[in-house]
Design a protein around this ligand. Structure first.
Ligand code: ZN
Length: 375
């Protein structure tokens, strides 16, 4: 599985946490069912927002990136989010990205316009996940340049950005420059999941990854473009399934940098919130749905976690066999964590009537391995 990682220019907020929690749950479920998981995540350390922030703050983009990656991984560790097998940054994968872009150029998938190299999306446009008018609007909002004169198609994304003063650049057959968004994920996923020979092998029928994941804001253009570029490179579909986590809002509003209402995981932790309470509050909504965050959600989670902890510290507890089976069924049903938590709460409440026969140790280990709740 391949999950789109962060652009390290701003601290981890709850939207990130909800997204990476989703793939933590996928990974836990697959491992618990005996599957072998190969999971790679990228770090977009070459990107416009990172350079803009670094230049605004008079900081080197490398330093800014490294400090934000360190904060991100420590937030993820606090929330007990299982890491991927490897994080691969764009700078680390640069040689492979350049070779892939050169192959796209050699096979007719690129053209030059206004000094930059564009990816030709034409043959992939019949598969747009949303109507074209909407796609054009979102493309412009999320890093695309539909209005640049001379493009073959307004939706074509930049593959290779010509060298700009004050920004890092690399040599390639297409001139000095740096990659645009999208291509990095196609290349990092294929190289690390299907094998580095994907560019040279003629039989590429096995070169499809099982899952590409990320937040639902990546459905278009990012995952559409990653898929198109991947298919242009291998001639087979890029991923057999796509999983998208919903967005997190705050008190009825969209959470965004421009509104200044981002709730940062590191701030919640600094204010003394128990990471397991934050995790519980995130698990209380279905991963795929957009949800609202509020202090009330956090205080309810605190009460539930306290009650569960005190149930787990009893000498005698209600039987757990049915509970474990039902939680597994809930998770098997598209990771229905809200149902899993309500089953746990029912069990906690059931203990008030003095039932016995359950194994606390077994339940604790189970909650930890399937839901990542270490209590
Ligand atoms: Zn990506």
């Amino acid at each position: 599985m391949y999950v789109c990682g962060i652009t390290p220019y701003d601290a981890t907020h709850l939207g990130h946490a909800a997204t990476y929690l989703t793939f933590d749950l996928v990974q836990r479920y697959l491992r618990a069912s005996g599957r072998k998981v190969k999971f790679v995540e990228n770090i977009t350390d070459i990107d416009d927002p990172l350079f803009e922030r670094a230049s605004r703050d008079n900081q080197s983009w490398k330093e800014l990136g490294n400090s934000q990656v360190a904060l991100f991984t420590s937030d993820m560790t606090a929330l007990r989010i299982l890491p991927p097998e490897s994080y691969v940054s764009v700078t680390e994968a640069m040689d492979s990205i350049i070779v892939a872009i050169e192959k796209l150029a050699a096979t007719g998938y690129t053209y030059e316009c206004a000094g930059n190299v564009y990816f030709r999306t034409k043959e992939f446009l019949p598969n747009l996940p949303i109507p074209e008018a909407e796609a054009l609007k979102i493309f412009a909002e999320r890093g695309g340049d539909p209005l640049t004169p001379g493009k073959e198609n307004a939706l074509d994304p930049i593959l290779w950005v010509a060298e700009k003063a004050g920004e890092p650049s690399w040599d390639s057959k297409l001139g000095r420059g740096r990659p645009g968004w999208h291509v990095e994920c196609s290349v990092i996923a294929l190289e690390n999941l299907v094998g580095a020979d994907y560019l040279t092998q003629t039989n590429q029928s096995n070169y499809e990854i099982d899952l590409q994941g990320g937040g639902s804001d990546l459905i278009f253009p990012h995952h559409f473009m990653t898929g198109a570029i991947g298919k242009a490179l291998t001639s087979v579909d890029f991923a057999s399934s796509y999983v998208h986590a919903g967005m997190v809002g705050l008190d009825g509003e969209k959470m965004s940098k421009s509104k200044g209402n981002l709730v940062l995981v590191s701030n919640l932790l600094k204010s003394g919130f128990d990471p397991m309470v934050i995790r519980y509050a995130l698990l209380d909504s279905h991963y795929s749905k957009d949800r609202m965050w509020s202090n009330e959600l956090l205080s309810n989670a605190q009460i539930r976690v306290d009650n569960l902890r005190s149930a787990l510290s009893r000498n005698e507890v209600a039987p757990i066999d049915q509970l474990l089976r039902k939680i597994v069924d809930a998770l098997a049903d598209d990771l229905n964590t809200p149902l899993a938590l309500s089953l746990i709460n029912e069990w906690v409440d059931g203990n008030e009537s003095g039932k016995s026969g359950g194994s606390i140790g077994e339940l604790s280990r189970f909650l930890d391995s399937t839901l990542g709740l270490a209590l």
